[in-house]
Design a protein around this ligand. Structure first.
Ligand code: MCA
Ligand code: AMP
Length: 493
């Protein structure tokens, strides 16, 4: 990402970041990040890929810290702002982070852990200004970022991307979606995932565009900023479009008309991270005049397939491979399927990540042939356009655009003394994509489910917790004794 930061000089006087009506130029951003790189480096000349965790609110400081880590030669590890301590601790320990940077309000959550593990804690607010900071040369093959993703293992894995990977992910999108200096985007997404970090912030800042932040999601807040009339780009997950539609429908007619007129002027609205229901795409076209551009991506690969910026955006389809990204659809023996047959998506290109952090076996297992990454997603090509048909694991759930492992939730629930057995599944839901639900066998039929949920939320992020629990005498199993998740799903219908 170093070349992206270096480009900032070209756009010195452009507005880079807007938060709560406060504007910051590229000059200010680069000055602040370079100075903070000096803070990170202290007496040394290169962080040499030390992992730097950061728990910083969306906005100027977030980008300042992220850029500074890259400039100083560290690996950026963004932490989720809503994770409870055990989840944060897992990431910090798994990456063996030696420096943590936090906005002041997160200091108390992490200070004990930092003391215990001898981690250098930097609380933002009174940084010293460093002039003439000497920055190390960063080769693009070096590791730049670790993001945590849930998968078919019970614990999330750290996805390591090099600077080359990240640059490839950004440059293909900048070209495909024709980013310009005059663009102005709103960022409402969490900043510990690719969608917000790469597609929104990094593409904007690589192009000399302005990135405005709304620190947490609210339909009302988004529409208020839309009505300022400055934005021309928007990107979100299907659940957010669903919620925006619901809010628009609740407004009086004159307000609806005002919003519709304002949204018609956007040059592009993109949707992804989960399947976009055709009903949502149609309703959004009706209320905004915009044909949503749906694309397909993954933490390990950034974006891989996209509907065209010019040309037909086919409902229910994710489009065509992006430039520089090679795609194959294969059967269970990793052989190419016939055109028109469904197969697992394999991806190759500079956009594909380097490795799972400290998990050489998981890395090996996820690649076949000469650098082809196995996504686990099944697709089919129809009239030249890819359509995602599902995943090859029932244990991966997509809810609200987040990827969630059923196994991770089950493992935590099993540690509760009142739970004898449990099966977690995702059931179809128009708003959330999938809704997380759990069938449980309990030792005490009078179990207080609200208390159970409260207990769980102290251990894992709220967005990962089941929305419904069903008490059962036993879980459905096959002849081998394995829980049959498709039968578990049926229990909730
Ligand atoms: C929250 N709630 C839920 C869920 N999440 N209910 C059902 N299912 C869920 N998954 C409930 C909460 O419990 C709460 O209710 C109420 O909704 C509000 O909770 P809150 O956390 O405030 O939710 P929100 O702020 O309204 O969040 C909804 C959201 C959020 C904005 C859609 O989920 C979000 O930002 N999603 C985007 C995730 C993302 O960026 N994914 C990209 C990763 P109560 O108060 O009753 O408990 S994927 C990626 O990066 C790849 C590369 C890609 O392709 O893009
Ligand atoms: P994550 O690991 O959080 O980056 O999530 C990546 C996963 O999101 C992919 O493997 C897909 O299963 C899913 N995904 C992303 N975009 C789409 C889309 N447009 N349609 C269907 N699924 C998608």
């Amino acid at each position: 990402m170093i070349s992206i930061i270096q480009k900032a000089v070209k756009y010195s006087d452009n507005t880079a970041i807007i938060v709560h009506d406060k504007k910051f130029t590229y000059r200010q951003l680069l000055g602040a990040s370079t100075s903070f790189a000096g803070d990170l480096l202290m007496e040394i000349d290169d962080l040499h890929e030390a992992r730097v965790g950061f728990m910083v609110d969306p906005g100027f400081d977030y980008v300042k810290v992220q850029w500074a880590i890259w400039q100083a030669g560290g690996i950026a590890v963004p932490l989720c702002l809503t994770h409870p301590l055990p989840s944060l601790q897992y990431v910090i320990e798994d990456t063996n982070a030696t420096i943590l940077v936090v906005s002041p309000q997160y200091e108390t959550i992490l200070s004990d852990l930092c003391q215990e593990r001898n981690i250098r804690l930097i609380v933002l607010g009174n940084e010293t200004l460093h002039e003439n900071v000497v920055l190390p040369e960063i080769d693009i093959t070096r590791r730049g970022m670790i993001l945590y993703t849930s998968g078919t293992t019970n614990k999330p894995k750290g996805v390591v991307s090099t600077h080359r990977n990240l640059e490839a992910q950004v440059t293909t999108l900048v070209k495909a979606w024709e980013w310009k200096q005059t663009d102005h985007i709103l960022c409402v997404l969490p900043l510990h995932h690719v969608h917000g970090i790469v597609n929104v912030i990094s593409c904007a800042l690589c192009s000399g565009a302005a990135c405005e932040f709304l620190p947490s999601f609210s339909a009302e807040g988004i529409y208020k900023i839309f009505l300022d009339g400055m934005l021309n780009l928007f990107m979100a997950v299907p659940t957010i479009y669903f919620k925006l539609i619901a809010h628009w429908e609740s407004l009086p007619v004159d307000k609806q008309v005002e919003l519709t007129e304002c949204m018609k002027k956007f040059r592009l609205m993109v949707c992804g991270s989960a399947a976009l229901p055709v009903t949502v795409m149609d309703k959004w076209k009706h209320i905004s005049g915009q044909i949503l551009l749906e694309r397909y991506g993954m933490t390990e690969i950034g974006m891989a397939i996209s509907n065209p910026f010019h040309g037909e955006r086919k409902p229910g389809h994710v489009g065509l491979p992006l430039p520089g990204v090679s795609i194959r659809l294969v059967d269970e023996q990793n052989q190419n399927v016939q055109l028109g047959e469904p197969g697992e998506i394999l991806v190759r290109g500079d956009n594909v990540f380097l490795e799972y952090w400290n998990r050489p076996n998981a890395t090996d297992e996820s690649f076949v042939g000469n650098g082809w990454f196995k996504t686990g997603d099944i697709a089919i090509v129809e009239e030249g356009y890819y359509r995602i048909m599902g995943r090859n694991s029932v244990d991966i759930i997509k809810s609200g655009g987040y990827k969630i492992s059923a196994l991770e939730i089950e493992e935590v629930l099993r540690t509760n003394p009142e739970i004898k057995d449990v099966a977690v599944v995702g059931i179809d839901d128009e708003e959330w994509g999938e809704l997380i639900v759990a069938a449980i066998v309990v030792s005490n039929p009078a179990i207080d489910l609200k208390e159970l949920n409260k207990w769980l939320r102290e251990k894992m992020a709220a967005y990962k917790t089941p929305r419904k629990y069903l008490l059962v005498n036993e879980l459905p199993r096959n002849a081998m004794g394995k829980v049959t998740k498709n039968d578990v799903k049926k229990l909730f219908i």
